[in-house]
Design a protein around this ligand. Structure first.
Ligand code: DON
Length: 304
């Protein structure tokens, strides 16, 4: 597959769309990013790397961290994790509190905020320095030792975490959070503030395209069954409340973040990351979603 040629076509086609959508500003530090960036990277399981645009500029991974936090928690805890977090799409915004009361403090899935707070609680129990466990894991997955978090974004995130704090306290009242709320929030905010570029993220997610093994080293991250299940969760829950429309348009397992990044996987073939900071109303990158839609249309590659 000529991914280089396909990326060129996408890059030309998305240019007129780069003014559409709004940069996330509910966390002030996120609003400081220049809005017209666009980058995309494809890393194949054979090790080929194709890029276009701003693929080597780092950005705030935000909720893409939820995917990797879940992988780390599954490695540490195994399937007992699913007694504390569900696996159904929520049909509500990522930071919604309403379902939690009806469902006795058990979040619908690990990709909404309530879900990742439970996942992060597991990491706090399992790791001596939970705030750094995820960046170290991402360094290994992407083969990039320099991956770090942005302190300004972390502080901004933490200062505006009242809603996450409410959720965490609420779940603690149901016994579904074991560690101090502040510790869990510190780790979660630091995870959201990790900065990576498209190439690093495409490489980090490529194990999911390779039956759970890092293509470059053969190291098993998840077994085949868990790798399949994680991809299924990405398809059904990975792009907020718009996962149905995203599956309709793109047809790939994916996870998005409010920094404008989206990672996706073509099973057996490649990891993909696209970044463009302006978001559609759904919270997913406007031009990024369009670019992924074009990728599957132009290549005929999707899971369907
Ligand atoms: O918790 C927050 O408010 C954000 N930092 C979450 C980031 C995000 O991308 C939305 N998540 N699902």
């Amino acid at each position: 597959m000529d991914y280089g040629g396909v990326l060129e076509k996408i890059y030309t086609a998305i240019q007129p769309t780069l003014g559409q959508g709004e940069v996330a500003d509910y966390i002030p530090e996120l609003a400081s990013v220049s809005p017209s960036h666009f980058g995309m990277a494809v890393v194949t399981v054979k090790g080929d790397v194709h890029t276009i645009g701003d693929a080597s500029i780092g950005f705030s991974i935000q909720s893409i961290s939820k995917l990797f936090a879940l992988v780390l928690a599954l490695q540490a805890e195994g399937d007992t994790l699913w007694t504390r977090v569900g696996r159904e799409p929520s049909g509500t915004p990522f930071n919604s509190l309403v379902q939690l009361e009806h469902e006795q403090g058990k979040p619908r899935n690990p990709f909404i905020n309530a879900g990742v707070l439970v996942v992060t609680d597991i990491l706090c129990t399992r790791f001596a320095v939970p705030e750094n466990a995820l960046s170290e894991f991402l360094q290994r997955l992407s083969g990039t030792p320099s991956i770090h978090y942005n302190r300004r974004v972390e502080r901004s995130e933490r200062r505006h975490s009242d809603r996450n704090s409410a959720m965490a306290h609420f779940m603690k009242s149901f016994g579904n959070l074991r560690n101090p709320v502040d510790q869990v929030l510190d780790a979660y905010c630091r995870h959201c503030a990790i900065e990576m570029n498209c190439v690093e993220l495409a490489r980090a997610v490529s194990f999911l395209a390779n039956h759970g093994r890092i293509p470059a080293t053969g190291e098993e991250v998840l077994d085949i069954s868990r790798s399949k299940r994680l991809s299924a969760l990405m398809l059904t829950c990975g792009t907020y409340d718009a996962a149905g429309d995203f599956a309709f348009r793109v047809g790939l397992p994916a996870k998005s973040g409010v920094g404008g990044g989206i990672v996706a996987v073509i099973p057996g073939e490649c990891g993909i990351c696209v970044w463009s900071p302006r978001l559609a109303e759904s919270g997913n990158s406007f031009s990024g979603t369009l670019a992924l839609e074009m990728l599957t249309t132009l290549t005929g590659r999707s899971i369907f």
